[in-house]
Design a protein around this ligand. Structure first.
Ligand SMILES: *Cc1c(COP(=O)(O)O)cnc(C)c1O
Length: 455
């Protein structure tokens, strides 16, 4: 598995395709000598060396990792052609690849029918789902958990819809009782359930949310930007298997968002939105004087709020899904390793005197905080920040985690003995979204425990 030989295979395939067309001259204005290129590229390579090592298991900070080399090769092969999946004219082949890849995502969630497309991000995918919700329930608001991604509150502002945060319970999941009460007021048209929160990886009980929402005549949108691919592990035997109920319920919801650029091995620029009712496509109806003239077939730009989109993103996802089918023995093996890494780290934290688990992980995000000293929020906040900095400065080589700010109320629901001497505190968070985290979990734990100072 050599990314360089795969990238040259990709570049060669494009050169061969170009050579099948009549020769022409590249305009002198575009010419760059190899020497000038090498000098400028050297400067870029030097700058890029300043990145954190997202590829390495010692990087367990944010949701970052390189794409699979196969995705990179497919992206390059398509990007050198640079199709635009806005219209079939611009993305003749890659639009087909996108429709096939999206159909596979829909099948993964068990949607009986679907209309969907890739987007440039989870943010835009969620925006589209909320926009459709507004068109179908004009004048009514959106409810989401207080632990939902901040984009929902912000996009409600963009769309001019009232957004309401519902309290989360002691596991970081939406409080279904509080949601029921809110919906009884009749002002909410759509509920957002998060299948894998960005902070803690908590899974809202989608099945319960769906039942309550339907009773009150509300839509349900599932934000599975981060967690969506874990649906492959629903009901699977073994340590990595997940309670199937929230995942199976997605098939009965109205829309779902998943980010292939998070757990789908893709480079950035690849989100997806899927609607269960294909007739919502009518809401997008518009006429364009510029495009859509080659056929009566569906142009993806006709069902998308974005115009230009990289056809290369579709090619990369399509090839990845050929190699890693959305099944337990395909991409599921990658996700299971991440989940098992989180469980291993959890087991080690449970026996530690210097670090304490904040709450058990539901997916592959582990939350914890320094312990063995003063049990107050201010001391824990400072010790967390110290550990974050000490990790990055470790002479043995940096180790990267992230901090998560939690409210005093949320902390007290999990650890009532800790003195709430401030409104919020930073705790530590490790995202173990690379399968290599599994063999590194012990080493990561030993390093963190060594670096931790008592609060
Ligand atoms: C990452 C994330 C988003 C935002 O997606 P982007 O691709 O970063 O724009 C939305 N919701 C959840 C739950 C996420 O984890």
């Amino acid at each position: 598995m050599d990314v360089r030989s795969w990238l040259s295979l990709a570049a060669d395939s494009v050169r061969r395709w170009e050579a099948g067309h009549p020769p022409y001259q590249v305009h002198p204005s575009l010419e760059v000598s190899d020497e000038r290129f090498a000098a400028a590229f050297g400067a870029l390579a030097d700058r890029m060396a300043g990145n954190y090592p997202y590829f390495h298991p010692s990087y367990a900070g944010q949701m970052l990792k390189p794409p699979h080399p196969a995705a990179a090769a497919a992206y390059l092969a398509a990007m050198l052609v640079n199709p635009n999946n806005h219209a079939l004219d611009g993305g003749k082949v890659t639009s087909e690849l996108e429709k096939e890849a999206v159909a596979r995502l829909a099948a993964m969630f068990g949607l009986p029918a679907h209309l969907g497309h890739l987007t440039s991000s989870g943010t835009i995918a969620n925006l589209e789902a909320l926009w459709v919700a507004r068109e179908l329930h004009p004048g009514r608001g959106v409810a989401y958990s207080e632990d939902a991604h901040y984009t929902h509150g912000r996009m409600c502002g963009v769309l001019g819809m009232p957004g309401t945060a519902v309290p989360a319970d002691a596991a970081g999941r939406i409080d279904v009782g509080a949601l029921d009460e809110l919906l009884a007021g009749g002002r909410i048209g759509t509920v957002v359930a998060t299948a894998g929160t960005t902070g803690l990886g908590a899974i809202d009980p989608v099945h319960e949310v769906l039942e309550v929402a339907r009773r009150h005549g509300a839509r349900v949108h599932v934000d599975a930007a981060y967690g969506g691919f874990f649906t492959i592990l629903a009901g699977q035997p073994g340590r990595a298997g997940l309670d199937p109920r929230p995942w199976r319920a997605i098939a009965g919801c109205d829309s779902v968002v998943v980010d292939p650029h998070k757990h789908g091995l893709q480079p950035y620029g690849c989100g997806a939105v899927l609607f269960a009712d294909p007739s919502v496509g009518r809401l997008y109806a518009h006429d364009s004087p510029y495009t859509y003239f080659t056929s009566d077939e569906l142009h993806l730009g006709e069902i998308s709020l974005e115009c230009s989109r990289a056809g290369a993103a579709a090619a990369a996802l399509w090839l990845t899904l050929e190699l890693f089918p959305l099944a337990p023995d395909g991409l599921g093996r990658v996700l299971a390793a991440c989940r098992e890494a989180a469980l291993d780290l959890t087991g080690l934290l449970a026996a530690s005197g210097r670090l304490r688990l904040y709450q058990p992980p539901e997916l592959d995000i582990v939350s914890y905080f320094p312990a063995g000293g003063r049990d107050s929020l201010s001391a824990i906040d400072e010790a967390s920040a110290r550990l974050l900095a000490a990790g990055m400065a470790d002479p043995a080589g940096p180790v990267f985690v992230s901090t998560l700010t939690v409210t005093a109320g949320a902390f007290a629901r999990r650890h009532p003995a800790v003195a709430a001497d401030r409104d919020s505190a930073r705790i530590l968070r490790s995202v173990l979204m690379k399968p290599e985290a599994l063999t590194y979990a012990g080493e990561l734990f030993r390093r963190l425990e060594r670096l931790a100072t008592p609060p």
